[in-house]
Write a protein that binds this ligand. Structure first.
Ligand SMILES: Cc1ncc(COP(=O)(O)O)c(C=O)c1O
Length: 393
């Protein structure tokens, strides 16, 4: 391995959202944070060098992203995901959640139903409710320990008038890589009922060996034209602090509305550091990413077998994508407060508490595996040690 993902980089006192808030959020600064989705790894060297070049220029003026930036994005999806994106389909946005929120505002009306598949990344609910729309939940079903979509219920929601769907592809939490047939079936329903799809594919690059991400918009020209895909290099290359993302849509109508809104809010100016960083990541970060995926996959296997050996009551879901392991802790018999007590007071670890992802997340925890193995080992030891008391009670 060329890159060392087991090196500890001390992130305390770096204004880190994850590492510098344990006391404020959980009441104890010794709590080991494996929650919010950023990684404890340095970005690829080429990205660091690109940012350093920008820092060293000394003048931080208004900037443009340049033609090579969009070419780097298009090249990435062609190479990694067999998806042909035209550069005119791309627009920048400061963040995925920003794009989701603007899309809800643009492509639905106040009071409309917007479909999500629960449990799901919690800002999906926020952007619907805070825009005065209604959340139309299509709970995912568990089949053989994997989440699958409930098409009958989806069709009911669409027939009932829901015209917008927030798709999470791959899915967070749970890490499902939706397969071609599953997405096609979903797509058929969307076409039949005139539903616009906002496909959040931020986790598309973190795909475990043996699985393949299918961009929803790549399924057919018809589906491409009803889809706005939200994407970023930030999850893949650990750049979320750069606050940069983009949307892709082949629909001139969706694109024009999105661009107009971005301009209205004056969010269209290019950020100073991000285009060069994103370009470097896509053009020179591939080998780094391939090694990172092996590290994450190794951490997932380690955690799954550690839990099987030390706390078999807790059931982890097989990780197909993302670096976020979803574990079913219902056998511990704890409600949300009980799980928090176990994590923060007894085990001194912070995972994400599952009910924030929706009703179906109750009794679950989400563990961020993007850390050196030794940090994961420590967290699992703390957690299983403290949880043991509940299974023997
Ligand atoms: C599904 C999903 N979408 C969006 C985001 C965040 O994107 P951004 O920071 O660009 O708003 C995350 C972060 O974990 C995520 O899991």
């Amino acid at each position: 391995m060329k890159y060392d993902f087991n090196r500890i980089i001390d992130r305390r006192n770096t204004r880190s959202y994850k590492w510098d808030q344990s006391e404020k959020l959980f009441g104890d600064k010794e709590i080991l944070p494996l929650w919010v989705a950023d990684m404890d790894f340095a970005s690829p060297p080429a990205v660091q060098e690109a940012i350093l070049r920008r820092v060293q220029s000394g003048i931080y003026g208004y900037s443009v992203s340049g033609d090579s930036y969009k070419a780097a994005i298009a090249g990435w999806y062609r190479r990694r995901h067999d998806w042909e994106i035209q550069e005119e389909w791309i627009s920048d946005s400061p963040g995925i959640v920003t794009s989701l929120s603007l899309s809800v505002e643009l492509f639905s009306q106040p009071g409309d139903q917007v479909i999500v598949q629960s449990p799901v990344y919690y800002p999906f609910y926020d952007v619907i409710r805070m825009n005065d729309r209604k959340v139309a939940v299509n709970p995912l079903k568990l089949e053989a320990g994997r989440y699958v979509m409930d098409y009958a219920q989806l069709e009911e929601l669409m027939a009932g008038g829901a015209k917008l769907l927030l798709l999470c592809n791959p899915h967070n939490p749970g890490g499902r890589v939706w397969e071609r047939e599953e997405l096609l079936r979903l797509g058929e329903l969307c076409l039949r009922y005139g539903v616009t799809v906002i496909s959040d594919e931020i986790h598309c690059d973190m795909i475990m060996p043996g699985h393949k991400h299918i961009p929803f918009a790549s399924l057919s020209p018809e589906l491409s034209d009803i889809t706005l895909t939200t994407l970023a290099a930030t999850k893949t290359f650990n750049l979320p602090g750069l606050q940069t993302s983009y949307i892709v849509t082949s629909s001139p109508e969706l694109k024009q509305k999105f661009d107009y809104k971005i301009k209205t809010l004056s969010l269209h100016m290019s950020a100073f550091f991000s285009p060069e960083a994103v370009e470097a990541a896509y053009n020179e970060g591939e080998e780094w990413l391939d090694e990172l995926i092996l590290h994450i996959n190794g951490n997932a296997h380690y955690a799954i077998s550690y839990l099987a050996g030390h706390l078999p009551q807790v059931k982890p879901m097989q990780l197909e994508a993302t670096y976020l392991l979803w574990i079913d802790c219902r056998a511990l018999g704890l409600d949300a407060d009980g799980l928090k007590q176990l994590m923060y007071r007894e085990a001194k670890v912070a995972f994400n508490e599952g009910s924030v992802f929706g009703l179906e997340g109750q009794g679950h925890l989400r563990i961020n595996l993007a850390c050196p193995r030794s940090v994961l080992v420590e967290a699992l030891e703390r957690f299983t040690g403290a949880a043991a008391a509940y299974v023997t009670r």
